[in-house]
Design a protein around this ligand. Structure first.
Ligand SMILES: Nc1ncnc2c1ncn2[C@@H]1O[C@H](COP(=O)(O)OP(=O)(O)O)[C@@H](O)[C@H]1O
Ligand SMILES: [Mg+2]
Length: 368
């Protein structure tokens, strides 16, 4: 048994996606084969404390409509940034501190800020502990819609025209910022640069609502991205997973079909029941789905992603494919889009988890 790989699964965290991260982690814990892996579940509380959680995936389900949350009563943990150690100090109230040594690999099942954005990746690079998924730069770039779009443009990927309004732009010369937005035409989508789950996003159809929409986005992030609305589009997503050599492969495509009252794929449509359907595989002409798959790999490479990503596109009625965004740690519950598109491509959930852990160990840390 000493040959088992010690995997720390990190979940929860200081983000609006805390609960969904817990549900994703529950699925990962359930899938990790205990014959091969020695699993250490690490919860990050809503205020950012690190705690040793019980290895009980059942606790991380949505039960009776109640969302799971990290249990803050567990022993507190310290991960040192010292690359000669690879261990966790465990501080349980009333006990002597003890050491959990030899963490081989970390699986950060974290969505959004303080997890999917390069921060924990930086900590793990300092500590020299391999981890699943993208490194510091790709994680940070994919979290920031301004940086992400600049890299997509540099790679020649077609996307909706956009402008970035920094905090300084808005405070110093609002008129110029608004004039830049007006050049996009209407409608536009106003978005916080670094949020997620559609939080703080408004579709603006007339100029009199523009300032309020920018102020709303600024309550989430002082940096705002405004982009031209692509009207009448289908929303198509594709999973990217690297193979045993680290080369990215694309899954079949899926479509999100939003119903009725929701004008776009907003927060309620994402998290309330029956507001949207996931269609896997998407009903697309072969030429279009091949184009989406090819662009998924190009988007993955434009940001320098590693391990996995979900690439999201808008497909117009005349078959043009525009990149919308890349998520470096997509929803990972067993019913989330990413596992579903891979299941439809022939890679089941436990295999997905195995491949990601193997890829992290193969890559290691440092320049690569
Ligand atoms: N330029 C656009 N044209 C049309 N719809 C858009 C555009 N930008 C965003 N949307 C709609 O808003 C949703 C959320 O935007 P997105 O940029 O994906 O934010 P998030 O990172 O929060 O998921 C999209 O899924 C889509 O429904
Ligand atoms: Mg999105």
């Amino acid at each position: 048994m000493s040959e088992r790989i010690r995997v720390a699964v990190v979940f929860g965290g200081r983000s609006s996606e805390h609960a969904i991260s817990c549900v994703s982690a529950g699925s990962v814990l359930r899938a990790l084969d205990r014959e091969r892996y020695d699993v250490v579940p690490i919860g990050l509380t809503l205020d950012g404390r690190w705690v040793l959680e019980s290895d009980d995936p059942e606790r991380l389900r949505i039960a009776n409509g109640k969302l799971p949350e990290v249990d803050a009563t567990g022993a507190s943990l310290v991960l040192a940034g010292d690359p000669t150690r690879h261990d966790l100090e465990v501080h349980a109230p009333g006990d002597m501190p003890r050491t959990l040594s030899g963490v081989d690999v970390v699986f950060p099942v974290l969505h959004g800020p303080y997890g999917e954005d390069g921060t924990i990746q930086g900590l793990l690079e300092m500590a020299g502990i391999p981890y699943v998924g993208s490194g510091v730069l790709a994680s940070a770039a994919a979290m920031d819609k301004g940086a992400m779009k600049a890299l997509f443009a540099h790679a020649g990927l077609e996307q909706a025209p956009y402008v970035v309004i920094t905090d300084r732009d808005w405070r110093r010369d609002r008129m110029t910022a608004l004039a830049r937005v007006e050049s996009l035409g209407l409608p536009v989508f106003v978005k916080p640069a670094r949020a997620g789950s559609s939080l703080g996003i408004t579709k603006v159809k007339d100029l009199e609502h523009l300032v309020a929409a920018i102020e709303e986005a600024r309550t989430h992030d002082p940096r705002v991205v405004v982009e031209a609305s692509v009207e009448g589009v289908r929303e198509i997503e594709c999973g990217v997973l690297v193979d045993a050599d680290g080369d990215p492969q694309a899954s079949v495509c899926a479509e999100i079909v939003v119903h009725g009252a929701h004008e776009f794929y907003d927060f309620e449509a994402k998290y309330l029941d029956d507001a949207a359907d996931l269609v896997v595989p998407a009903d697309l002409e072969t030429a279009v789905s091949e184009r989406v798959r090819e662009l998924s790999i190009r988007a993955f490479e434009a940001l320098g992603c590693e391990g996995l990503a979900r690439c999201d596109f808008f497909v117009t009625s005349d078959g043009r494919v525009l990149v919308n965004e890349v998520n470096t740690m997509p929803g990972f519950t067993s019913i989330s889009m990413f596992p579903q598109v891979w299941a439809a491509t022939g890679v089941d959930y436990p295999t997905l988890v195995d491949r990601l852990v193997a890829d992290a160990l193969r890559r290691g840390t440092g320049l690569r």
